[in-house]
Design a protein. Structure first.
Length: 222
């Protein structure tokens, strides 16, 4: 499934200008609550975002979050999002501290994505297996792993990790010069979510969401 990520006001405005028929192939939207202007957060979900299911994310500053938000602020944003979000994304490093939020999300029938981002390298396979074990123990319905690819071996490890039978389902993606290629490849190896941007690119290796949806529809079997 293709996830269109909304990082800033331009992404939300772009949706209102796109003919609904051209949004075919985008399955979910991700609202980055750490970077969206408050006036948009307070009015979510906007009518222009319907009928897309939404993932609410308030990213940790150490993993690419904007605004250096304190944990209490990020937790508050995510708690408020339970009124409209189908899923929340919490960094694995914050999962223990956010355990009550994760429990409440599950009680309300929401999916919990626990995530790990490494902007400098790709961990060893053993380290990623440990991430999966921790994510399972901490209540993840899905583990998202995004790493920087420094060479073919890094992509090979992500493919092996994505293909493995683990305690929790995972979705992997690469960042950096080979990031765009890796996202198509990993989707072919079973990554259930593939993220692209709406508005402006934020991380090297991302696709525009609409182009990503078109490419995946061409290269992956129906």
């Amino acid at each position: 499934m293709v996830v269109g990520t909304l990082h800033e006001a331009s992404g939300i405005r772009s949706l209102s200008k796109i003919n609904r028929s051209k949004m075919l192939g985008i399955d979910l939207l991700e609202a980055r609550l750490d970077s969206l202007p408050a006036k948009f957060i307070d009015s979510l979900p906007l009518s222009s975002l319907q009928p897309f299911p939404m993932i609410a994310t308030a990213r940790h500053p150490a993993e690419g979050g904007a605004g250096d938000l304190f944990p209490t602020k990020r937790r508050d944003l995510l708690e408020r999002s339970l009124n409209w979000a189908s899923a929340i994304d919490v960094e694995l490093r914050s999962a223990r501290a956010f355990a009550p939020l994760i429990a409440t999300a599950h009680q309300n029938g929401r999916t919990v994505i626990l995530s790990h981002h490494n902007f400098s390298s790709t961990p060893t396979l053993a380290a990623m297996n440990e991430l999966a074990r921790r994510a399972s123990d901490l209540g993840a319905d899905l583990l998202k792993v995004a790493t920087f690819l420094r060479g073919p071996a890094d992509l090979g490890r992500l493919i092996e990790f994505q293909s493995a039978k683990l305690q929790v389902p995972v979705t992997c993606m690469g960042m950096g010069p080979a990031g765009r290629f890796s996202r198509i490849v990993l989707s072919g190896f079973g990554a259930p979510l593939c993220y692209g941007w709406l508005g402006k690119q934020q991380v090297p290796g991302q696709w525009p969401a609409l182009k990503l949806a078109g490419v995946l529809s061409e290269v992956l079997p129906v």
